[in-house]
Ligand binder design. Structure first.
Ligand SMILES: Nc1nc2c(ncn2[C@@H]2O[C@H](COP(=O)(O)OP(=O)(O)OP(=O)(O)O)[C@@H](O)[C@H]2O)c(=O)[nH]1
Length: 663
């Protein structure tokens, strides 16, 4: 093996032999005079070592500012001072993480008998021994997946062996007045007495109750709206849905909506048959009705748990809680509490004194005071956390809701919250999110619409066309459902996910958005908020007067044969505030324009509770006594319809024009 004399090496390095011997004294190489020899391999390493040393001296003399250094410190270490490194790490990078020079690392490596230069990699075990030598602990960083959206590493899959059971998160849904709020109250009361310590419940959007040492988390906002809003943002927090049905009333439109929302989200349903104290209570009838919607009670051979309760008398509450725990157990709800936290915002607002506050349901990991977090375009350091009893807490484990203080702005409900390593990353993330939002506003959404259905089918992006049907009468809903289910081509089939009677509401639009569905209305119209939201969420709403037209449109769209058509554009809405009978004219409406404008030439629809009762033309439009071409929003006027007199106070006039559109 080739050997190299010390003096030759020193000469090459432009130092004296004595200096060389001093510099490598730590390496225990058994060299003491200029005539000593080292192996060629050792000589190379010494060269490397001394060169990197002089490099880093130059670097150090550049004098990094304190602020920069602090930033860097935060970047590398999490709050416990533990540094995360990958499975294999390049010596130079390891030195940087440990904040030492590469030569210091190489020296330690040589003393371990490992000959590696600064560009070679060492494995985790070696790195951890080296780190220990410098009094620093390191841990293996998990392989993180790209945050699909903007290429940030914010979340990662957990190793199944790290998962621990977590409490279930429950949402209470049901029809108006069937007792959702009362049931939640009764549950809280029961739980409070059982604990014997009555903390005053704070409204933070979700609450935790304790049953014999087991926790259950309830979302405070009953109803499926909040549930669907979150799902539309890609966040599913609910593990179990409690469907409240009043025993004296039965399955009602919102009960059906709730069933369909829960089914669309694949969330198990426990039915609470409420108001059992009422003489008219008839649980068997309720069960019969539930069967029609695919919920077959257990005692009838199905798998839907039905619990009779009286929220008013606090009866049956324990059974509900027991069933929740049972269903939760079957679901095997688990999360890894020992990692950077990921959560979902369930509520957020701007508090006058405290600034932006947000309630987070932790999904994975443990959220701690001091953590640096991002959520949508908001970021910040968690300054304080309050639990649902209003008590300050230092940490929150999976499923536990906490209100956090310290965000830069109010995040949106349904948005994810991630803990990140440092403020720099947090700022970069929110910046990227803001750019992404801008981009999204520019390009149209990916949601399905009849216009691009065929294209999406061809690209293989759509295999099922999800449809929501709303109509003025139940018969139409059924008729359309049946005709639509028959429409099927080789590539695509129609799937009616919800059908109901009444106008198209915000809740329908959110369900459509969450399920990538289109909405079809018969003789009904969307409410103003539903229109706004459909625009924001890019949900395609089609309204028809004749069932045949709808079937034909969808069929054509499925086959890519949708004609270039005439499309309507709604230009405004007005409310009828008074009606007058005018001799020789008929009924005249005193109107107030709510939105947009009404023009003399526009076509109109007369709506009563979002149901279309007449479609036609305007025969006269007036401002005070004069004929008017148009009336703008915020102004009053008079209007009469051509050949139609059945108008009432509170009716809505929707004005629209027809435009030819190219596809
Ligand atoms: N008799 C009887 N009445 C009940 C029971 N549960 C609720 N109620 C009554 O039913 C009415 C509606 O109850 P809520 O709890 O407000 O119903 P909800 O479903 O939350 O109603 P919304 O929030 O309006 O959708 C109230 O007058 C309650 O007092 C019950 O078990 N028995």
């Amino acid at each position: 093996m080739t050997k190299v004399r010390v003096y030759e090496l020193a000469k090459e390095l432009k130092i004296t032999s004595k200096e060389l011997i001093e510099k490598v004294a730590d390496l225990n190489l058994d060299i003491n005079s200029h005539m000593s020899t080292v192996e060629k391999e050792e000589a190379d390493l010494i060269k490397e070592l001394l060169r990197t040393e002089s490099d880093s001296e130059i670097n150090n003399s550049k004098n990094t500012s304190n602020a920069e250094k602090e930033d860097k410190d935060m970047e590398e270490k999490n709050e416990n001072g533990v540094i995360e490194i990958e499975e294999n790490i390049i010596v130079k990078d390891l030195a940087e993480k440990l904040e030492v020079t590469p030569s210091e690392v190489i020296t330690k490596l040589i003393s371990l008998g490992i000959m590696a230069n600064q560009n070679q990699s060492v494995d985790f075990d070696t790195a951890s021994i080296i780190a220990e030598e410098f009094g620093i602990s390191i841990k293996k960083s998990s392989v993180e997946e790209d945050d699909e959206e903007i290429g940030f590493h914010l979340d990662f899959e957990d190793d199944p062996k790290d998962l621990k059971p977590r409490p279930p998160i429950v949402t209470v849904m049901g029809h108006v007045d069937h007792g959702k709020t009362s049931l939640l109250d009764a549950i809280r009361k029961t739980a409070v007495t059982e604990r014997e310590a009555g903390g005053i419940t704070q409204h933070i959007g979700a609450s935790t109750i304790n049953i014999d040492g087991e926790k259950i988390v309830f979302l405070d906002t009953p109803g499926h709206e909040a549930f669907t809003t979150m799902r539309a943002r890609g966040a599913q927090v609910t593990d179990i849905a409690i469907l409240v049905v009043a025993a004296d009333d039965g399955v009602m439109p919102q009960t059906v909506e709730a069933i369909n929302h829960a089914k669309a989200a694949n969330v198990p349903i426990i039915v609470a048959i409420n108001k059992m104290d009422k003489p008219a209570a008839n649980p068997d009838r309720i069960k019969q009705e539930l069967v029609e919607y695919g919920l077959v009670p257990e005692d009838w051979g199905g798998d839907t748990i039905c619990v009779p309760v009286s929220a008013r008398n606090e009866e049956g509450i324990d059974d509900v809680l027991e069933m929740i725990l049972l269903v939760a157990e079957m679901q095997e709800l688990k999360a890894n509490p020992n990692r950077k936290a990921v959560g979902i915002i369930v509520e957020a607002e701007l508090d006058k004194g405290r600034g932006p506050v947000a309630t987070v349901l932790v999904q994975k990991g443990t959220l701690k005071v001091g953590d640096i977090v991002v959520s949508g375009t908001a970021h910040g350091r968690v300054r304080a956390m309050l639990n649902d009893k209003g008590k300050r807490v230092k940490k929150a484990t999976p499923s536990i809701p906490v209100m956090i203080l310290g965000l830069s702005e109010v995040p949106e409900a349904g948005e994810h919250l991630y803990v990140v390593e440092n403020e720099k990353k947090a700022r970069n993330y929110t910046q990227a999110r803001k750019e992404k939002i801008r981009e999204e506003q520019l390009k149209s959404s990916q949601k399905v619409s009849l216009d691009d259905l065929f294209e999406k089918i061809q690209l293989g992006e759509v295999k099922e066309l999800n449809v929501i049907i709303k109509a003025d009468v139940k018969g139409s809903v059924e008729a359309v459902k049946q005709s639509l289910s028959k429409l099927e081509t080789d590539e695509v089939r129609v799937n009616v996910i919800h059908g109901g009677v009444g106008g198209i509401t915000e809740s329908d639009v959110m369900l459509a958005s969450a399920s990538n569905a289109i909405i079809i209305g018969f003789n009904v119209r969307p409410t103003l908020t539903a229109i706004d939201i459909s625009k924001r969420e890019s949900v395609d709403i089609r309204t028809y007067r004749v069932i045949y037209d709808a079937i034909e449109d969808i069929e054509s769209a499925m086959r890519g044969l949708l004609d270039p058509t005439i499309e309507e554009e709604v230009i405004g809405r007005a409310e009828i505030r008074a009606t007058f009978k005018v001799p020789n004219v008929g009924m005249v409406a005193g109107i107030y324009v709510l939105q947009g404008k009404i023009t003399r030439n526009s076509k109109i629809r007369l709506l009563r509770e979002d149901v279309v009762i007449y479609e036609g033309d305007i025969s006269s439009l007036k401002r005070f006594k004069d004929d008017a071409k148009e009336i703008q929003s915020g102004y009053e006027g008079g209007l009469s319809l051509e050949n139609y007199n059945d108008i009432k106070e509170g009716d809505i006039i929707e004005a629209y024009i027809l435009k030819e559109v190219e596809r």
